[in-house]
Ligand binder design. Structure first.
Ligand code: HAM
Length: 416
């Protein structure tokens, strides 16, 4: 226990951390280009927020939240998803009163008590965006195309964008009614999970991953058949916008998403190379969310992309990541006086933006050279008593083997 991380969590060691950094850097750059601003919300929220926003009857709220009482008996929940906290901040800081739209992005840890398996963690990271203040279908297109560009820019090629519309509160009741009638008469054929979903929220049944249920659901009515003219028109414009940008999508009329706040557009990105948990991102429109959390009626649309799954998909496609930068300079100091000078020299070199390292293991010259090459150092600065007295150092180029004597005052400049 003491020496293992909790089930469903993982350590990200340096080689893997470099991949995360690369993915995050690309994400930040693309968000900046599209004028999304970073927002950081707390790691935990009042439980009520997720209950209300995500929905009492969803799997997340029913069985996946890390909820606890703090020492003042307040019920708090570790961030179970990224959208509700941003909507809460949008209300709390009166952002709705500013000129709209407002566009945010985040890189955040998410916590869900799920059954761990490949690609399904109890702590995962999402790169997400939330776009508030307009119902314009091109806001949906902006958001979806940003996700699409993100995958492509990272080098991902084999993924699908699945698209659907799930209507609005005006057209949803008629659909719900039709679905309830369809499912009600065939309930005995569905798995126990679906039977309880049917009681809680019939639309959740469409989401079942069991093959037997999916086969049975082939003929179920789908939301798109029941959408009102305004929702149909919205969906049409989203599709036209994506097409205009050359973004291919596949319509999936049974895509419903696992959170209750969605209205109209729903989408997911899929990779087929990473096992059963192939959803590498998902999102949609949530025009009722801000109001249901206590703010003024404000439309919104956004996505969340699971960084771990995305990296798995990139690795599965054999995409190469930029190599982490190697050490520029290794100072091999010989003797305590040289070691003391090396300490101050390191500061000068690092100030000149060089990645600089030295030896603290008391190694001899040969072993220090070996350590320098283990670190991939491009150059080694040899500093002995003799050099120190003359105010110079010997710089060895590790690939050519060439050696040059350089005065200590000039060293940073020379190496840069
Ligand atoms: P979500 O579909 O629950 O949506 O999660 C978004 C993405 O996070 C998934 O597509 C997947 O890549 C990743 N993910 C989810 N659960 C796990 C897990 N247990 N382990 C690893 N990765 C996971 C949301 O959370 C919405 N807040 C997205 C959104 C933003 N909608 C509008 N704005």
């Amino acid at each position: 226990m003491l020496t293992t991380a909790p089930r469903g969590t993982m350590d990200i060691l340096p080689a893997q951390a470099a991949k995360f950094q690369h993915v995050e850097n690309v994400f930040r750059t693309l968000c900046r280009q599209a004028n999304f601003q970073e927002i950081r919300t707390p790691m935990f929220e009042h439980s009520e927020l997720f209950n209300r926003a995500v929905g009492e009857q969803t799997d997340i709220v029913q069985k996946e939240m890390y909820t606890f009482l703090d020492r003042s008996e307040r019920s708090l929940t570790l961030r179970a998803e990224g959208t509700a906290p941003v909507a809460r901040a949008f209300i709390e800081h009166g952002i709705y009163a500013q000129a709209q739209p407002t566009k945010y992005y985040y890189i955040a840890q998410i916590f869900r008590y799920e059954k761990p398996q490949q690609g399904r963690l109890r702590q995962h990271q999402q790169c997400g965006v939330e776009f508030f203040g307009t119902r314009h279908p091109y806001a949906d297109v902006e958001v979806i195309s940003l996700a699409y560009r993100f995958y492509r820019q990272l080098g991902l090629r084999q993924f699908d964008l699945l698209l659907n519309t799930i209507g609005c509160p005006e057209c949803r009741p008629a659909y719900r009614q039709a679905l309830t009638e369809f499912l009600g008469s065939r309930l005995q054929h569905l798995c126990p999970d679906c039977q309880s979903r049917f009681e809680r929220n019939p639309m959740r049944v469409l989401d079942c991953k069991q093959e037997a249920c999916q086969a049975f659901l082939q003929d179920a009515p789908t939301p798109v058949d029941y959408v009102c003219p305004s929702c149909a028109e919205h969906y049409q414009q989203v599709k036209e916008g994506l097409t205009a940008l050359g973004i291919e999508f596949k319509e999936n009329p049974r895509l419903v998403r696992g959170l209750d706040y969605y209205t109209n557009t729903a989408f997911e990105f899929y990779s087929y190379h990473i096992g059963a948990q192939g959803a590498i991102g998902g999102g949609g429109r949530y025009d009722g969310l801000v109001e249901s959390c206590g703010g003024p009626a404000t439309p919104g649309v956004g996505f969340g992309i699971g960084t771990e799954r995305l990296i798995m998909a990139l690795e599965a496609e054999g995409v190469t990541f930029p190599a982490p930068p190697a050490v520029d300079v290794f100072i091999a100091a010989l003797g305590s006086q040289a070691e003391a000078r090396a300490l101050t020299l390191l500061g000068e070199l690092r100030k000149a933006d060089l990645i600089a390292e030295f030896d603290l293991m008391g190694r001899g010259l040969k072993a220090q050279m070996k350590q320098a090459s283990r670190l991939g150092a491009k150059r080694v600065v040899v500093l002995g008593d003799n050099e120190l007295e003359r105010g110079v150092a010997i710089v060895r180029n590790m690939s050519s083997g060439e050696q040059t004597e350089v005065s200590l005052g000039e060293l940073a400049n020379y190496l840069r």
